[in-house]
Design a protein around this ligand. Structure first.
Ligand SMILES: NC(=O)c1ccc[n+]([C@@H]2O[C@H](COP(=O)([O-])OP(=O)(O)OC[C@H]3O[C@@H](n4cnc5c(N)ncnc54)[C@H](O)[C@@H]3O)[C@@H](O)[C@H]2O)c1
Length: 261
């Protein structure tokens, strides 16, 4: 039996593009983050799943293990730098490397600017933007030492186009885009790529609150005439973290059915 045949027998139909890679996905307990974690596991990566909700992130890690990949879970609030850096130390104690970081954890606290509280502003900026800074800063020394790495930040099309009722969220996502480009420039000489993915309307718990009218309005504006699925985002992320995307950095790629062109 050839090596390749043996490999196919062992891994079945799975593609193992990310074999031996260690990936951290934040907000991996549900929705887009969970789907990204499972997709990277399907491609052979070892997964470190972070979420503020312990029960759900334990469940994601179990699903990763059921697919035959290594899955660890940590309860981490990405807004707290100390929690993030101690989780990174534990990962390095176990694997001595981190190849992939997907900054996916995010929240909304929607309100019109005139009614928005300082707390609603701070919460969203703390999790979405400062969380992205915290996690990136915590892994970057290791990636620089390795002279390799892949960072993908989950932004949003509303960070590019704006959305009434979401000034905090739009500002946080626009901030992530600026952060992505600056970090991409800082890390390029070490062969570390940094990109942002900007989803449009993706069906998850986050968008459930929009109701039927909100969905109808979005559907009319989406040229592909369907709402997005978490898998639509996960497949793009899995390309960006692969060796195949080594010449792509500092980019913002929309996954939105053509909503923003
Ligand atoms: N769903 C959409 O239409 C859409 C569109 C554009 C961008 N996004 C972005 O995609 C990402 C994922 O969104 P989703 O729709 O899957 O949301 P979701 O609410 O379904 O899941 C978010 C996950 O992040 C976790 N989380 C929240 N705060 C955290 C914290 N402080 N520390 C660690 N984990 C935390 C939650 O527990 C949850 O598991 C977010 O950054 C979101 O802004 C979503």
């Amino acid at each position: 039996m050839s090596q390749q045949h043996l490999h196919n027998v062992i891994f079945g139909g799975f593609c193992v593009k990310l074999k031996d890679k260690v990936a951290v996905v934040t907000g991996a307990g549900r929705g887009i983050g969970r789907t990204i974690a499972l997709q990277l596991a399907r491609e052979g990566a070892s997964l470190v799943c972070w979420d503020i909700e312990e029960e759900s992130v334990v469940q994601t890690a179990r699903e990763v293990e059921a697919m035959g990949s290594l899955g660890l879970s940590f309860r981490v609030d990405v807004a707290q730098f100390n929690q993030v850096s101690s989780a990174v130390e534990q990962i390095l104690g176990r694997f001595s490397r981190i190849d992939i970081l997907v900054n996916n954890a995010g929240i909304t606290r929607d309100n019109l600017l005139a009614r928005m509280s300082e707390e609603e502003w701070n919460q969203v900026l703390d999790v979405n933007l400062k969380g992205t800074f915290n996690c990136t800063k915590a892994v970057v020394k290791q990636m620089m030492k390795q002279r390799s790495g892949r960072i993908v930040n989950i932004a949003s099309v509303v960070g590019l186009m704006g959305n009434a009722g979401q000034v905090n969220y739009c500002a946080s996502k626009a901030g992530i885009i600026g952060f992505t480009k600056a970090v991409a420039k800082e890390l390029a000489s070490r062969a570390i790529t940094v990109n942002a993915v900007a989803p449009g309307f993706i069906e998850t718990e986050m968008t459930k609150g929009l109701g039927d009218r909100g969905r109808e309005t979005f559907l009319k504006a989406i040229p592909l005439r369907r709402l997005g699925k978490p898998e639509d985002v996960a497949l793009l992320v899995s390309f960006l973290v692969s060796e195949d995307a080594g010449y792509v950095t500092g980019q913002v790629i929309n996954v939105d059915g053509g909503l923003l062109m």
